[in-house]
Design a protein around this ligand. Structure first.
Ligand SMILES: Cc1cc2nc3c(=O)[nH]c(=O)nc-3n(C[C@H](O)[C@H](O)[C@H](O)COP(=O)(O)O)c2cc1C
Length: 166
């Protein structure tokens, strides 16, 4: 058994494989985006997901103000985009220079080539520790043409092969 503290928890979570998404927002608060693995489905009635957002992220105030966001789940081969949106080095302008973007219902940017994208309106926010848990009602979905997915596991990216259905 391991003592539970911030470090041992982070180490344990490194063994928790997860899809990698780009979370974007746009509106009066400005256009922002960052990489997130803490995205989870909540319920299909009404279709709702959540994303856990560090309050220290530059994107946080914009997301709170715009009240809309899009989750673009990365495909195999989009690791570079995760890196650009997942660090503090690139400005928001430089981040959006990577990849091609369009919009669906809410105006939040949708990444071309993602495996799937969920366009959401914020319906609830819960604060816990360092993060805001942001619940979004999904108002539009886009299935990308990419075949294989991407997961982050053991602090590294791995391709997840999608079976070809008969
Ligand atoms: C693979 C990966 C997963 C991440 N998951 C999250 C997450 O779920 N929530 C979060 O707030 N930040 C997450 N981050 C960190 C943010 O992407 C990072 O802090 C980003 O620089 C924030 O940008 P901003 O401050 O410009 O908003 C993750 C980073 C990486 C590389």
């Amino acid at each position: 058994m391991t003592l539970v503290n911030r470090e041992t928890y982070r180490e344990a979570m490194a063994r928790f494989g997860a899809a990698v998404s780009i979370v974007t927002t746009d509106g009066a608060g400005g256009r922002f985006g960052f990489t997130a693995s803490a995205v989870t489905s909540v319920t299909d009635d009404p279709p709702t997901l959540l994303v856990c957002v560090n309050r220290r992220n530059d994107s946080h105030p914009a997301l709170m103000g715009n009240k809309v966001f899009c989750i673009s789940t990365l495909a195999a081969g989009q690791e570079d985009i995760s890196g650009v949106f997942g660090g503090k080095e690139a400005t928001q302008k430089a981040r959006f220079a990577v990849g091609a973007w369009h919009t669906l219902e809410t105006g939040a940017p949708v990444l071309a080539g993602a495996v799937v994208s969920f366009d959401c309106r914020v319906v609830q926010i819960t604060e816990i520790g360092t993060h805001s848990v942001v619940f979004g009602e999904v108002v539009a979905i886009e299935h990308g043409s990419a075949h294989d997915g991407l997961v982050y596991f053991g602090r590294a990216y791995h391709t997840l092969r999608r079976p070809t259905l008969p």
